[in-house]
Design a protein around this ligand. Structure first.
Ligand code: F6P
Length: 388
């Protein structure tokens, strides 16, 4: 008779996952993929850290709890994050009773106490700057890039971006019909911080007449000239997509709060109101403004974001299994791979003002109101050929 197998006494490996920074569609899809892959493929246990890095500051480890199959049931199409997020927490400078202290040691300390041997950080620039510093202190970290802004380096695209572009494009489509009915100029302000990806893509997808980007400082006179030319050609309405970080040549971005010195507290917003005023001062047209705000971040992720987020979650667990640390999963071409986190956060990925996307937009008659005159050749060509 074959001897009875004795059950292994080895404890399953335990890993943690958190969602840092602002939320974004697709976070739950990553969490789901992490839990499924860890459990199904490796038999590991996954623990969720509440509210980003803040979960490490909660007394008695109450910010961290086991995530199992029941917790992830049905979350794939849900927006937001079941773990909660926070873009207010800087572990390296925590303010308590007027004193600022470095409490980053709590991560390694808590992980050792809870026998968690790796941390998957799902986040954007701020989260991954912190993740890189933690990795340098010996914490085993694998990052997953999220942000609607698509401004993280190291990866061709972040999940959340496609959904945000979809929301912004639908808004542009809707504004088109009301703009046309009332012969108005519609300025629609979209998010993106200091990168114009959402504005550029939504402007292209929605057939905008002008797109104002942080990367191409604008001249209100050139913008007004474009709108006036459309009016002369019988196009009595125009759609201007304005990135929240757009700035007038020689000017500064417009902040709703602060001046941009504090990356955690200061908030961009309101530049479209300025643009509307500048147009009204130059032309006898009626202008209306829509600031899309957080609707771009909420709601169900697009199919493309669900797929990308799921692939990222699966790849992050593989990276942990392979013993990688200090890396972030990334989409390069059609492959999901890993890159050093340091590389991802070294420079903000912004729109190339001379790149193919910008050039394509100009060929389609879109102006950037470029103060440096880089739209002018296209304006002149249109004039020569009698186009609006
Ligand atoms: O980084 C994502 C983002 O939505 C930016 O596009 C925007 O400027 C910022 O976050 C808004 O942050 P909050 O949610 O704190 O207002």
């Amino acid at each position: 008779m074959a001897p009875k197998k004795t059950p292994s006494r080895r404890e399953p490996r335990r890993i943690a996952v958190l969602t840092g920074g602002g939320d974004c569609p697709g976070l739950n899809a990553v969490i789901r993929a992490v839990v499924k892959t860890a459990e199904n493929e490796h038999g590991w246990h996954v623990f969720g850290v509440r509210d980003g890095f803040e979960g490490f500051l909660v007394a008695a480890d109450r910010g961290i709890s086991r995530l199992d199959r029941r917790d992830i049931a049905g979350i794939l199409p849900q927006g937001g994050t079941i773990l909660g997020a926070s873009n207010r927490c800087n572990l390296f400078a925590v303010e308590r009773k007027g004193r600022v202290t470095d409490e980053s040691w709590r991560v390694a300390d808590t992980m050792a106490r809870l026998r968690l041997d790796a941390l998957i950080t799902i986040g954007g620039e701020g989260t991954h700057k912190a993740a890189a510093r933690l990795a340098a202190t010996g914490v085993r970290v694998v990052g997953v890039p999220k942000t609607i802004d698509n401004d993280l380096g190291g990866t061709d695209v972040t999940f959340g971006f496609d959904t945000a572009v979809g929301v912004a494009t639908e808004a542009v489509d809707r504004l088109h019909s009301t703009a046309a009915s009332h012969h108005r100029v519609m300025c629609v302000e979209v998010m993106g911080r200091h990168a114009g990806w959402i504005a550029l893509h939504a402007g292209l997808a929605g057939g905008a007449d002008a797109i104002l980007l942080p990367e191409i400082p604008y001249d209100p006179d050139r913008l007004a000239t474009r709108i006036a030319s459309r009016v002369r050609h019988g196009r009595r309405f125009s759609i201007v997509v304005v990135a929240e970080g757009a700035k007038r040549a020689g000017g500064a971005p417009v902040f709703r709060r602060g001046k941009g010195e504090d990356p955690i507290l200061d908030r961009l917003g309101g530049v479209s109101l300025l643009v509307a005023k500048e147009i009204e001062e130059r032309l006898a047209v009626s202008v209306r403004t829509t600031v899309l705000g957080h609707v771009q971040r909420g709601g169900s992720p697009s199919a493309a974001d669900r797929v990308l987020a799921s692939r990222f979650g699966v790849r992050a667990v593989r990276a942990v299994a392979d013993g990688e640390s200090g890396v972030m999963v990334a989409l390069r071409g059609t492959d999901v791979t890993t890159v050093p986190i340091e590389e991802a956060v070294a420079t903000l990925k912004t729109v190339d003002p001379a790149g193919e996307l910008v050039r394509a937009a100009r060929h389609l008659g879109i102006t950037f109101g470029a103060a440096d005159g880089s739209d002018d050749a296209h304006t002149a060509a249109r004039r020569r050929h009698g186009a609006p």
